[in-house]
Write a protein that binds this ligand. Structure first.
Ligand code: ZN
Length: 365
């Protein structure tokens, strides 16, 4: 198994193109063609994690937070970021991070894991993203429609929410005249030909465009394939920030907070006025999620669980919702478990370890 096998697999779940603009997810240090000796999973790649990787014989650290966000100009070891990079290079350890791209996916994402720990059902993305969907419209001879349709589905096109293999077709007549350099599948060179065709339409996530077009060209019998790709304004229901879901049964608010503290192993929860007697609908966002408060209120959630709330931001609850800050590390700690489950499902009988280092820089008294 090479480093690139791990990277490609994780990016099939959380494509790098789904990360936020400020982010730096991906392979940060290391040669993707090196064989993996072992994987160490952590939330943060700090020096103690690298020491653990060396001790455990792991040459790949898979982390949630990228160790580097912006450009580094010096590598002198004057701060922990530079020291981590130097140590990783010296010891041939690769560092990979899946950050906001893993936050933004519904399936196998950071927030889904939190929802699982809180026993939420009927979950959906709290703030689905726009601009990630495209539509393919292609003209195909009627006898090739089935095979082309299935090739497009196999490439990942045609999924809408909980439905897959979605398509639409209309029948019509296509015309074309092949020139002297052509090699037409149907019709004669130099003569206009008419063919009964389907206009087949499917949606697909923009990041799959290359794979979808490649499959189309391969499956289509014509020498020249006539197709259009449109950018859509629709939101992608399975990509975006935060999550909202419901408890099976409403819980008394005090009992819910106790459960939250316990299940998220929080040393303390900072919360606003308990303006709801019972909790049924829960909005959440791992890490710093205060930007989603409006969405949480709009989704009629009783409580919004996240981390990194600032003093003045707590006032924004205005008795419309309870804000509960459980801590950044605490909210994302189960991402380690998520990586572990994903990697062990795919790469069986391989040395995959979860870090024993608590990388939370914050202590509570
Ligand atoms: Zn985070």
């Amino acid at each position: 198994m090479k480093i690139k096998d791990v990277v490609e697999y994780l990016e099939s779940i959380a494509p790098r193109s789904l990360q936020e603009s400020y982010d730096n997810a991906g392979l940060i240090v290391g040669d993707k063609d090196l064989a993996v000796t072992g994987v160490l999973i952590a939330l943060d790649t700090i020096e103690a994690v690298l020491d653990e990787a060396i001790e455990k014989g792991c040459n790949l650290v898979v982390a949630h937070h990228p160790i580097v966000f912006g450009g580094l100009k010096t590598f002198t070891g004057k701060n922990y970021v530079e020291r981590v990079i130097l140590k990783a290079i010296k010891n041939d350890i690769a560092i990979y991070a899946a950050h906001t791209n893993l936050d933004n996916v519904y399936r196998n994402g950071v927030n889904g894991k939190i929802a699982e720990k809180l026993g939420l059902t009927k979950t959906r993305i709290l703030n689905p993203k726009k601009g990630l969907l495209k539509k393919l419209s292609v003209f195909v001879p009627v006898n090739a429609t089935e095979s082309i349709k299935n090739a497009l589905f196999n490439a990942g096109a045609g999924s809408i929410g909980n439905y897959s293999e979605c398509s639409f077709r209309t029948e019509g007549i296509g015309s074309f005249k092949a020139n002297a350099s052509s090699n037409p599948t149907v019709g004669e060179i130099g003569a206009q030909h008419e063919e009964k065709e389907h206009r087949l339409e499917v949606v697909f996530p923009a990041y799959l465009e290359r794979a979808v077009v490649q499959s189309l060209i391969q499956a289509h019998p014509y020498e020249e394939v006539a197709y259009d790709i449109y950018a859509l304004e629709n939101v992608h229901q399975e990509i975006g920030s935060g999550l909202v879901g419901e408890l099976e049964e409403p819980m008394e608010t005090g009992a819910f907070l106790e459960m939250l503290k316990q299940n998220m192993k929080a040393d303390g929860i900072r919360y606003t006025a308990l303006c709801k007697k019972k909790i049924k609908r829960v909005a959440l966002c791992g890490g710093a999620g205060s930007f989603l408060l409006r969405n949480a209120i709009g989704a009629q959630a009783d409580i919004f669980i996240t981390g990194d709330y600032k003093y003045h931001q707590f006032f924004d609850a205005e008795n419309r919702i309870i804000i509960a800050d459980i801590g950044h590390y605490e909210s994302e700690q189960y991402t380690i478990e998520l990586f572990y489950e994903l990697l062990t499902q795919k790469f069986r009988n391989f040395a995959i370890h979860c870090t024993e280092v608590n990388t939370n820089p914050i202590n509570y008294l």
